[in-house]
Write a protein that binds this ligand. Sequence first.
Ligand code: ATP
Ligand code: MG
Length: 576
Amino acid sequence: MYQSRIFAPTLKEAPAEAQIPSHILMMRAGLIRQLAAGIFSQLPLGYRSLKKVQSIIREEMDAIGGQEFHLPALNPIDIWEQTGRVEAMGDVMFHIKNREGLVLAPTHEEIMTYHAKQHIKSYRDMPQIWYQIQTKFRNEPRPKSGVLRGRQFTMKDAYSLDNSSEGLDKSYLLHEQAYRNIYTRCGLKFFVVGASSGAMGGSASQEFMVESPHGEDTCAIDEHSGYAANIEVAVSAVEPIKRLDAASPLEEFATPKSKTIDELVEHFGLDVNRCAKSVVYFADSTPYLILMRGNDQLNEAKFQAHVGAIQCRPAEPEELFALTGAHAGSIGPIGMKSDITIIADNLLKDANGLVSGANKDGYHYKNIDITRDCTISGYADFRTVLDGEPCIHGGHPLRIVNAIEVGHIFKLGTKYSKALNAVFLDEHGKEQPIIMGSYGIGLERIIACAIEQHHDDKGICWPIAIAPYTVHLIGLGLHKSQDVVNACISIHDALEQSGIDVLFDDRDVSPGIKFNDADLIGLPIQLIVGEKGLLQGQLEMKNRKTQERIHIAIQSEQLVQQTVDAILEQLQAMSS
Ligand code: ATP
Ligand code: MG
C-alpha cells in the first residue's frame, strides 16, 4: 500500500481527553477518531489491526470446533425480561425509543439460548460451540480511556452447549486454551485470575488480565504459588481475631468526640482490630448490617454475591438513622431500632472483647461478645484483601496490581436455559436444561492493551501479528531520484507478492517527517531506501521496538530478492 493513498492522519498532539498511552497513540497514529463519548470510528490503519485480531480469534475458535454466527444487535426485550437481565443491566442497556420492545444487545446469552431452545432437542445434539464477532452496545456510565471502555465495541462472544457438567468442563477448558493462544499470538503479556460471576450467574469464571496502571480492575497475585484473583473474590490468609480469656460484661460508654474508628482508637487506646465497624447496605430493597474489623473495607462484590442481589448500595444517612436510631459513627449490632439482618466477616467469627456503636449518638459498647450479645445470621468473607497480606497458598505476600480485563470465561450452568426453558432429552428420555458456558473477548481492548504494553516515547511498537502492516518502506528523496522510486516500487511489489504487507511512504515530505511518522505508527520493521545507500550497495533496516539498525548489503541486480530475504530473515528472528 502506498501511504499517499491511505487515510492515516497523524497528529503531533493528542486531544486533551486522551490521557493514557493507548488512547493518545491511537489518536496520534491515526488509528481511530472519536465520534462522541465512548464512540469511536476505526480509520483504515486501526481497522486493519482489528481485522488481524479478528482472523487470529477466528482461527483459534474454529480450531476448537466453534461455529461462527452473526446475531442481530437489535433484540426483542421480552427475551431479556425472561432472564431478569433488563433489571440487572439497568441503565447499561440501550432501549429503543421509537420502537417499543427493542433493545440494543450488550451481550448475547439470551439470544443464543433462544436459538438453542428452538433446535437442540436431544443429548445427541451436543456439544456445540457457537460464536460470533459482533458489535455490542453498553451505556457505560463513565466511558473513558479511549476504546478500552466504549459504549459501542466489538466482542467475540462464544457460547457452549453441553448435556453434562463434564461436557461443560471440557468446553470451558477448550476456551481457556484458545484464549491463551489468542492473547499470546496478539503479543500480550497476560495472566488469568479467578473472578466473580456477577450479574451473569453461574458457578465458575476466570478473567484474562493485562497488568497496567491504567486498568480499572484490581487483582491480587502471588507469583510464587501462582495464585491470582480479581479483588472481587481474592482471599488471603489473615488470621481471625482470637478470643480473649476474660469474659467481661457488656458496657456502654460515652464517645462524644469519636466518630471514626481512628478517633476511637486514639481516644481510648483500643486495638483497632477489635473496633468492629458496622456497614449498612441495601441489597435490592433489603437492608443488611455487615460487621467487620474496624480497618477493613467492605468488598461490595463479595457482599452482592453472598446475598444474591441484583443491585447493592450503601444506606443514605437518613436511612441509617431511621433503621438504627443513630448516625454514622455510632452504629452497631446491638439494639438497633429495626430488625435488620446482621452478617459478619469471617475474621470476627466468635470474637469477643469488641467495641462497636451503641445505636445512640455519641455512645459505644465495649466487651461485646459476638456469640453472647449479637444475633449474627451468617459469616462470610466480606473484606477487601490488601497488598502484602499472606497468600493462602504458602503465605508469600500478595501483590495488588491494576489490570485491564481483556477476556472473561464463565461456566454459566443452567441459569439461562432454565429461564428460557431450553431443554433436551437425556439418554433416559428425561428433560434436562442445557448446560451452558459463555466466553467473551473485547477486540478493541486487545489492541489498546497491546499498545499499552508495546510503546515508547516516540510511538507504538506493534507486535508483528496485529500490526496494521508489517514493513514500513521509507523512500527518501523520491522526487530527486528515479532510481530510488524504481527500487522502492520493486521492493514494495516483491514484498506483497511474498505475502508481507508493506506500507510504502511515497509521500513528498521531508525525511524527518517520514521517520517521525514511522516511529509513531510503529510498524515492526522499517526499511529505509535512499539514493546514497543504493549507490553504496546498502539498505538500512530498523527494528522499531529495539531500535536496532541492520545494514543489508545488496548487489543492484539482486536488490529485490536480497531485500525480501533479509526481511523474511528478520521477521523470523523477531518472532522466535
Ligand atoms: P468491565 O468489567 O470492564 O465492564 P465486563 O466484565 O462487563 O467488563 P464482559 O461482559 O465480561 O465485560 O465482556 C467480555 C469482554 O468484552 C471483556 O472482557 C472486555 O474485554 C470486553 N468489554 C466489555 N465491556 C467493554 C467496553 N465497554 N468497551 C470495550 N470492551 C469491553
Ligand atoms: Mg467481565
